[in-house]
Write a protein that binds this ligand. Structure first.
Ligand code: E4P
Length: 255
């Protein structure tokens, strides 16, 4: 399953991209607003960092305008995916955009039937918002599973992009459901690395390694028995020889 980071925070994107585990980026107007920066500037920077699909969202509400906006966004970089909300005009726009070869991400999706419509107009990605469904008492992941079944039944090639992910369990469930992509915040991405047993295990290995090094150091500092033996022998041999020499010379002297 591909992992996308869902943010317009360039610092976070740069760091997560450096980890080597993310495949793309999704942004939305809320994220851009949070960044407090000019959208064009932020979009350009993201495209410079990430070599993968980058969803940039349209704001217009009629098909004509959405297409215009989408085409302008796609001009920023070849990796741009035009993100369009699943409204009637949005799907009309997606139909035209996909016919012209643009990549699209149909967003703000909450039902499998909406997802079927998106697939019919040729969307590249469909983004069901699982966390927002959970928050109102519906099982968001059920929608992902139903979309997968519908797409499989009819051979739709639209990729399921599980969105509004709130925690690692959503990521696991999305992967088990066969979601093609899951997009998540920097925090959730970081949580994917964590396991208390990993921390304990690494800690134990480091402590044991310290013991290994302490032993090595001790051996280096104190001469061991093997070292002592030749030295001792050498000393006693030379003592023996030197005690023999004077005897020989005294015999010569006598002769
Ligand atoms: C996905 O592409 C959306 O940007 C995102 O997941 C929206 O979810 P949230 O605003 O509820 O977190």
């Amino acid at each position: 399953m591909k992992l996308f980071i869902d943010t317009a925070d360039v610092k976070q994107i740069r760091e997560a991209w450096g980890w080597g585990i993310i495949d793309g980026v999704t942004t939305n107007p809320t994220h851009v607003a949070k960044s407090g920066r000019k959208p064009a500037e932020v979009y350009r920077e993201i495209c410079d960092i990430v070599d993968g699909p980058i969803s940039l969202e349209t704001i217009a509400l009629n098909a004509e305008e959405i297409v215009k906006e989408g085409v302008a966004l796609a001009k920023i970089h070849k990796n741009v995916v035009i993100k369009v909300p699943i409204i009637k005009e949005g799907l009309k726009a997606v139909k035209r955009l996909s016919a012209e070869g643009y990549k699209t991400n149909v967003t703000v999706t909450f039902s499998p039937l909406q997802a079927m419509l998106a697939a019919k107009v040729g969307a590249t990605y469909i983004s069901p918002f699982v966390g927002r469904l959970d928050a109102v008492g519906h099982d968001g992941m059920d929608v992902v599973r139903q979309i997968k079944t519908i797409y499989k039944n009819y051979g739709f090639t639209t990729q399921v992009l599980t969105a509004a992910v709130r925690h690692p369990l959503h990521v696991l469930q999305a992967a088990l459901a066969g979601s093609d992509v899951a997009t998540m915040s920097f925090d959730v991405l970081e949580q994917l690395y964590q396991h208390p047993l990993t921390d304990l295990g690494v800690d134990m290995f480091l402590k044991d390694w310290e013991k290994v090094q302490a032993l090595e150091n001790a051996k280096r500092e104190m001469p061991n028995t093997k070292h002592q033996t030749p030295n001792t022998r050498e000393t006693s041999n030379s003592k023996l020889q030197s005690s023999k020499k004077p005897q020989a010379s005294s015999a010569k002297n006598r002769g």
